[in-house]
Write a protein that binds this ligand. Structure first.
Ligand SMILES: [Mg+2]
Length: 235
């Protein structure tokens, strides 16, 4: 008996890539004005490479994309001779743009139906907050990797989400686009799962090997979008 749902955000409710590309571009514009030496030395791909290095050097922040971004910006600013304290305002500009997401067309009508039937909890590894996206009225709360100290696919974040809902794992269905992070992780934690594979998505995060598809667990759905999920759950 499913009594509550947890939902991934990026690429489940909105396409994340256009949002991130726009946020990177806005950051570059800001740097050109406030830290021109950094803008000249660190274009988008160069800054991305540095972020990759920072991520490898700081596995302790793997669950905290905000901190990884701030460290990256501080290092880029310092290396260019700009004030590293500009990292905070630079991040604020990037983050504000990163929150300006465009939901997939099915999301609002589907969440309206699903939220009328189930408590919905956001469960994300990303650093987007729900309120600025305009979707928070449909959710009873959110659990993030940053707040939890551990990221999907760890069972601990799914357990934290179930605890926040006051449910056992077998009462909760997790909904997400990423096979490894969302589906394998949730099933190992004992949740039911719905794998959303949008036909229009540029990139599918599928099973890395066919046998992974046979993972044990409760109810498991493969669906094109959230309206199909609302239909499947009778919402
Ligand atoms: Mg996702």
């Amino acid at each position: 008996m499913i009594t509550a749902l947890t939902l991934d955000l990026d690429d489940t409710l909105w396409p994340v890539m256009p949002t991130l590309l726009r946020a990177e571009a806005v950051l570059q514009d800001w740097l050109r004005v406030h830290a021109p030496a950094t803008a000249a030395a660190f274009d988008v791909p160069t800054l991305q490479r540095l972020r990759g290095e920072v991520t490898r050097r700081h596995p302790e922040f793997a669950h905290d994309l905000t901190t990884l971004r701030l460290i990256t910006l501080r290092e880029a600013l310092s290396a260019s001779g700009d004030d590293p304290a500009l990292a905070e305002p630079a991040f604020a500009v990037l983050f504000a743009e990163r929150q300006r997401v465009q939901w997939y067309a099915d999301v609002r009508p589907a969440l309206e139906r699903l939220a009328a039937r189930f408590p919905l909890l956001a469960l994300s590894n990303g650093n987007a907050e729900l309120a600025p996206t305009g979707l928070s009225p449909y959710f009873v709360g959110a659990v993030s990797a940053r707040g939890c100290g551990v990221a999907k696919p760890s069972a601990r974040i799914f357990e934290a989400a179930c605890a926040a809902l006051g449910c056992t794992a077998s009462q909760v269905m997790h909904v997400g686009d990423d096979w490894r992070l969302d589906i394998v992780g949730a099933r190992r934690a004992g949740l039911h799962t719905a794998w959303i594979r949008r036909p229009e998505a540029a990139l599918h995060h599928g099973p890395s090997s066919p046998e992974e598809d046979d993972a044990p667990g409760g109810r498991h759905l493969h669906l094109d979008d959230l309206l199909a999920l609302a239909d499947a759950l009778g919402a």
